[in-house]
Design a protein around this ligand. Structure first.
Ligand SMILES: Cc1cc2nc3c(=O)[nH]c(=O)nc-3n(C[C@H](O)[C@H](O)[C@H](O)COP(=O)(O)O)c2cc1C
Length: 180
């Protein structure tokens, strides 16, 4: 298999974000030949507005779309906000969904994982992120799932959990194998 490039998007802007830490772990734990790159500028995107989605989009939007175009697949790592997708991530989905029917992630495999405080680890947000991305253009790999109740990490970096590290590595490997 030739090398696979995976775009990583994180649905939390918080400096000490557990989901950002999970994304770091995914980068570290990626199997050989799989290269993950975190696009960490979602907070710079303007709110989606068709009036500014022109040939001359804001630079952070162009950067996101270029990063998506370079990728063969995408991994989304997100918490849950009020039972749903954090706004910063939903905004990125909306930008990536255009041009309609021809977005930069069109037909590329995409998996959603993450951690949240609640007992289901953000599973509602993860399901809704899958639903929204499936409409937006990528090919969502529905059975690659990981929703971690963050209390189970005991305040430690997720890389200190052998189980989380192994599961994430497995998910990244299976996501890369979907590229074809
Ligand atoms: C505005 C807001 C809404 C939240 N809503 C939920 C929720 O619906 N379910 C949940 O499990 N956790 C919820 N939480 C708690 C987050 O899961 C927790 O803060 C998590 O650590 C955020 O992820 P991060 O560490 O990557 O920033 C919410 C937190 C915030 C700030």
């Amino acid at each position: 298999m030739s090398d696979v490039n995976v775009l990583v998007l994180v649905g939390s802007l918080r400096a000490a974000s557990v989901n950002k830490q999970l994304a770091e772990l995914a980068v570290e734990a990626a199997p050989e030949g799989v290269h993950l790159s975190l696009f960490d500028r979602l907070g710079e995107l303007p709110f989606y507005n068709e009036d500014i989605d022109t040939d001359d989009v804001a630079e952070p939007v162009a950067a996101l779309r270029e990063a998506a175009a370079r990728a063969d697949a995408a991994l989304v790592v997100t918490p849950e906000y009020n039972g749903s997708i954090p706004g910063v991530l939903k905004n990125a989905i909306d930008w990536l969904s255009r041009p309609w029917g021809n977005g930069a992630l069109k037909d590329k495999p995409l998996a959603v994982v993450g951690a949240a405080l609640g007992q289901y680890g953000g599973a509602w947000a993860h399901d809704e992120t899958r639903k929204s991305f499936a409409i937006a253009g990528p090919r969502v790999v529905e059975d690659l799932k990981l929703s971690i109740p963050s209390k189970t990490l005991d305040g430690k970096h997720p890389r200190e959990s052998a189980e989380v590290s192994a599961t994430l590595r497995d998910i990244v490997g299976k996501l890369a194998a979907e590229v074809g």
